[in-house]
Ligand binder design. Structure first.
Ligand SMILES: [Mg+2]
Length: 217
C-alpha cells in the first residue's frame, strides 16, 4: 500500500462532504418560494459570476433575508447523516488508509464542526471559518488552516472543493494543489480559469480516492 508520508488532503464541506439540498430547500420553504424556482434562480446567480451567492435573494426582491436566517437555521437543525454525500465517509477513510493526513476546512458556522464530529467525521484538523475568524477566499483563511495543520509545505496539501472562486483559485494561490470536485451547483456551472487550472478535476470523492496521487503529477 502506498504511503503518502507528509501529504495532506484538506476537504471543503458544502457540496464536497455535505449535500446542501436540504438547507437550500429550507430557505425556499421559509420564504414561500417553490423549491425549483428558488434553486433555478440560485443557478442563474452562480452562472452570472456573482461571487456572493446570497444575490439569489435579490432575484426575488428580498432585501431583509437575514430576518429569516434564524428561522431557517432552526428549521434546518444542522448536519444529519443523510446530508453526507454517500462517498464522504469512505473517501476520508480511504485516503487516511493510504497514508494521507486529513483536514476539513470550510466556510461554515462554528457549530458545524461539532455536528461533523457527532457524525463520526474525525479528521486531524477541523477548521470552520466562523471559528477561525476569516473565510474563503481570503488568503488569510488558507494561511490560518496551514498553521492549524502544523505548518506543512503548502505544496504537500491537496485542497478539495467544489467552487472555482472560493476553493480552486485561492488554494492554488496559497501554493496548494487545487482539486476541483465537479458536483453541486457551483461545480457544474462554474468554469475553470485557464490561467490557474485545477491540478486535478474529479466528479466524486470516490474518483478522488482513485486519482489523488495525480494532484502531484
Ligand atoms: Mg463547497
Amino acid at each position: 500500500m502506498p504511503v503518502a508520508g507528509a501529504r495532506w488532503v484538506c476537504l471543503d464541506v458544502g457540496e464536497t462532504l455535505i449535500d446542501e439540498t436540504r438547507v437550500w430547500s429550507t430557505w425556499a420553504d421559509e420564504l414561500g418560494i417553490p423549491r425549483l424556482t428558488f434553486m433555478a434562480a440560485l443557478g442563474a446567480v452562480i452562472g452570472s459570476g456573482d461571487a456572493y451567492h446570497r444575490g439569489v435573494f435579490g432575484v426575488f426582491g428580498i432585501e431583509d433575508w437575514r430576518m429569516s436566517e434564524a428561522a431557517v437555521l432552526e428549521r434546518y437543525g444542522g448536519f444529519r447523516e443523510d446530508d453526507l454525500y454517500p462517498d464522504a465517509r469512505r473517501a476520508i477513510a480511504s485516503v487516511e488508509a493510504r497514508g494521507y493526513r486529513v483536514a476539513i476546512a470550510a466556510n461554515q458556522p462554528e457549530v458545524r464542526a461539532e455536528e461533523l464530529r457527532s457524525l463520526g467525521i474525525a479528521p486531524d484538523v477541523l477548521a470552520m471559518s466562523d471559528a477561525i475568524g476569516v473565510a474563503k477566499p481570503d488568503p488569510a483563511f488558507f494561511a490560518r488552516v496551514l498553521e492549524l495543520m502544523g505548518g506543512p509545505d503548502p505544496a504537500d496539501v491537496a485542497y478539495v472543493g467544489d467552487r472555482i472562486d472560493n476553493d480552486v483559485l485561492p488554494a492554488a494561490a496559497a501554493g496548494m494543489r487545487a482539486v476541483w470536485l465537479r458536483r453541486g451547483p457551483w461545480g457544474v456551472i462554474q468554469l475553470p480559469d485557464p490561467d490557474s487550472p485545477p491540478a486535478l478535476t474529479v466528479r466524486s470523492l470516490d474518483e478522488l480516492v482513485e486519482r489523488i496521487d495525480e494532484a502531484w503529477h
